[in-house]
Write a protein that binds this ligand. Structure first.
Ligand code: AMP
Length: 282
């Protein structure tokens, strides 16, 4: 059991992060958690400067969860400045364009190059056998899986399920930007995903119908400003017009929306379980 498990985070640890750490603890001998708010993945107008930092609590939680090493580099030690934005004077790792055409890349065009660059740096420093990432950030996960495969990075990526609050709201460090009312309203995002899933389970395979069902639920909360609702292939991230066009009849339904100043993302893998060949109720 000489293996090293790595959980990269931006801190402000919550039960979602804890689930990744628990899994690393169960599967590897030495667990390393990094806490680093990565300036490269924020655009200058985004929340880099006010990103919630709770270092003392984070370290306590890591100790409680049996983490062996907490890696807390500062930007300078990683050769970065503490300014939001991609540093194009330095080496970057860029995702292929097919993976950054839709979903969050539309409103955050440089975000994923910031992620792949920092994850490459962290993997090179920590050299883990296994690295744990949440399905919450589904586009990030698909991009990192493609990166590891296409660049022959010697690590096994371990996707971990989304952890939710009792209301269904996906746990996120950014949830603490929400007011009490907004937090209640935010639960509609998961309800929208579930509404689409219920349709798919009733045999509806048409992408537009599934997206429309989710949109209608989102519209129940007028304060919610939907940025996108997309149905894509979970690996290639290409739009799925029809669940049936995917061999496993599974699609990734992903939503990004704003409540006030807060941007929230969530997703669900949906499958047309009752679908039978040649029959569509869409
Ligand atoms: P972050 O600190 O937000 O960059 O997240 C660090 C890691 O935790 C990423 O792999 C995220 O996908 C994962 N993560 C964040 N929130 C959740 C959640 N609610 N459930 C599962 N994983 C999560």
């Amino acid at each position: 059991l000489g293996s090293v498990g790595f959980v990269p985070t931006m801190g402000n640890l919550h039960v979602g992060h804890a689930s990744l750490i628990d899994r690393a603890r169960a599967e590897t001998a030495t667990v390393v958690v990094s806490i680093f708010v990565n300036p490269l993945q924020f655009a200058p107008h985004e929340d880099f400067q006010r990103y919630p930092q709770t270092r003392t609590n984070d370290l306590q939680l890591c100790a409680k969860l049996g983490v062996d090493v907490v890696f807390t580099p500062d930007p300078q030690s990683l050769g970065l400045t503490a300014q939001a934005g991609l540093d194009t004077d330095r080496f970057l790792v860029s995702p292929p364009s097919s993976l950054v055409q839709g979903l969050c890349a539309r409103s955050r065009p440089t975000h994923f190059a910031g992620v792949t660059t920092i994850v490459t740096k962290l993997l090179n420093i920590v050299q883990p056998d296994r690295a744990y990432f949440g399905q919450k950030d589904a586009q990030q996960l698909a991009i990192l899986q493609a990166m590891v495969e296409q660049l022959n990075v010697p690590v096994t990526l371990c996707p971990c399920p989304i952890v939710r609050e009792a209301s269904g709201l996906a746990c996120s460090s950014r949830n603490q930007y929400l007011s009490d009312i907004e937090r209640t309203q935010a639960a509609v995002i998961y309800q929208a995903l579930q509404a689409a899933q219920a349709l798919a389970q009733a045999g509806v395979v048409d992408g537009a119908a599934l997206i429309d069902a989710a949109a209608q639920v989102c519209h129940q909360v007028t304060a919610l400003n939907v940025e996108y609702i997309e149905l894509v292939d979970p690996q290639s991230l290409q739009p799925l017009l029809n669940l049936q066009s995917n061999p496993k009849t599974t699609g990734l339904l992903a939503i990004a929306a704003r409540l006030g100043q807060t941007r929230l993302i969530d997703n669900l893998l949906i499958t047309a379980v009752n679908y039978r060949c040649g029959e569509s109720k869409a």
